[in-house]
Design a protein around this ligand. Structure first.
Ligand code: URP
Ligand code: ZN
Ligand code: ZN
Length: 470
């Protein structure tokens, strides 16, 4: 058991509270939060948190570590990726266990458990990514949920590889509704993409910029509407992952306001802070940001910020799926369709959202905590074990220095990737100490994370509506 810890006189911020006080941690749990806990803290390590924010550990609900994809594998495994996560203030991730065609969901979960166990330094859970739904595999859903994997992922893109059709998606929603889970969707119009990609290549349009032109915002909007429509017919909420544009957001708003049908939406820092002009960079450099859906316009960025402000977007994840520029991305020179889709970002969610969200007055501090931690915990069945600072919760705590300035660079990143998506971005505010279940993962700016510290989080069934996070 780790030594008890008393965090003294920090500014404690949760989704709803903001006050100066102490937090006492014992046996991996928060045991008290209050004004002066010295008397209760015999023998505890005392940590002076004056001038620091004391916030719940971040939860990144969308990562791809050690993912075999498009002929290669994402470059971070569960050790390197979660060290980077911890460095950035994330103490829990939800990765995707991806079913292989012809195989069972159980097989996929076994593979992902093996990838993570003994390696991860932060706690981890899995979404079950369903790629092959039929009478045999649908019968596995109760066992998957029983095992604490209560969210399911479907791809409406990547035809012939990961995609499920609308009938499969609808059947999954129906069964998951009965059993207490939630279905999440990568929403893009696959038929449109599969029509445009070969046409562009035939016309000699092979550069990264054509990836964005093939993955249209209108196609994303259409698929988002289709996903929400199916979820309305099924009569059960759904969750749209990595939403990028106004076209898609419009349908989320419509569902929540006109139809009163609960839908959750997630976006990522890259869609808020980078735009599609980056694909025009010379020397194939645009390939670094080839991801699906792709980066959009500056107008879309503004629409997303407004969507966050107004409560239509409830979580910020990273979709961390890194591939090295040299040796992985460059396979697509001369054919943009071969560039592995995805980019790094697990390390920079908190400092970017604080700098460009809180300090730019786009979101409040409480909203920042909701987006980073509380909402993903609530939606995905981890609350109040995680996602808050309260007696009884896991002691997953970030001490965040709101004054510390930095410039993001691959040179100082812990991510195992030869570039950073946010190279040169200036940030103000960053985690200086990070605790997971009472153990230091980062202290005095140094990683102290013991390999294998991370544990699988068995999640509760989904019971909510979108009111719970708005
Ligand atoms: O381009 C992306 N986003 N790669 C990771 C897989 C996915 O679609 O989420
Ligand atoms: Zn996706
Ligand atoms: Zn993803």
């Amino acid at each position: 058991m780790s030594k008890a810890k008393l965090i003294r006189q920090g500014r404690i911020v949760t989704a709803t509270e903001d006050f100066t006080g102490d937090v006492l941690v014992r046996d991996g749990k928060i045991v008290a939060v209050g004004q002066d806990l010295k008397a209760m803290a015999d023998g505890a390590e005392v940590v002076d948190a004056k001038g620091l924010l004391v916030i719940p550990g971040g939860i990144d609900a969308h990562t791809h570590l050690d993912l075999p994809f498009m002929g290669t594998s994402s470059s971070d495994d569960f050790e390197t990726g979660t060290i980077a996560a911890a460095n950035g203030g994330t103490t829990s991730i939800i990765d995707f266990a991806i079913q292989s065609l012809g195989k069972s969901m159980g097989d996929a979960l076994n593979v992902w458990h093996e990838k993570a166990a003994g390696k991860a330094v932060v706690d981890y859970a899995f979404h079950m990514a369903v790629t092959d739904l039929n009478d045999r595999t649908i019968a596995e859903v109760p066992g998957v949920i029983e095992g604490g994997v209560t969210s399911f992922k479907t791809f409406m893109a990547y035809k012939g590889a990961l995609m499920v059709d609308d009938g499969q998606l609808f059947r999954l929603m129906e069964v998951v509704k009965k059993l207490g889970g939630i279905v999440t969707m990568h929403a893009e119009n696959a038929e449109l993409i599969e029509t445009l990609v070969p046409r562009f290549l035939k016309e000699g349009k092979t550069d990264p910029v054509w990836h964005e032109r093939a993955h249209t915002a209108i196609g994303e909007g259409e698929a988002t509407n289709r996903a929400i429509s199916l979820s309305r017919v099924a009569g059960h909420p759904c969750y749209i992952v990595h939403l990028t544009c106004d076209e898609a957001l419009h349908h989320v708003k419509d569902s929540l306001t006109r139809h009163r049908h609960p839908v959750f939406a997630e976006t990522c820092p890259q869609y808020l802070l980078l735009d599609r002009e980056i694909y025009e960079k010379p020397n194939f450099e645009g390939a670094k940001w080839v991801m699906s859906p792709p980066l959009r316009t500056k107008n879309d960025q503004e629409a997303l910020w407004a969507g966050i402000r107004d409560g239509f977007i409830q979580t910020i994840a990273t979709d961390h799926c890194p591939f090295n520029f040299h040796g992985q991305k460059d396979v697509g020179k001369g054919n943009f369709a071969k560039i592995p889709n995805g980019a790094p970002g697990i390390e920079n969610r908190m400092n970017l959202m604080y700098t460009y969200g809180v300090l730019e007055n786009r979101i409040s501090l409480n909203r920042f905590v909701q987006l980073m931690s509380t909402n993903p915990a609530k939606i995905f069945g981890m609350y109040p074990q995680k996602g808050t600072i309260a007696p009884g919760s896991d002691a997953d705590i970030v001490l965040f220095d709101p004054k510390k300035e930095n410039t993001i660079s691959v040179k100082t990143s812990k991510q195992r990737c030869d570039y950073s998506s946010f190279e040169g971005f200036k940030t103000k505010g960053e985690p200086v100490a990070v605790m997971s279940r009472g153990e230091w993962l980062l202290k005095e700016g140094k990683i102290t994370a013991p390999k294998g510290h991370g544990k699988f989080v068995k999640r509760a069934r989904f019971t909510g509506t979108s009111e719970m996070v708005r």
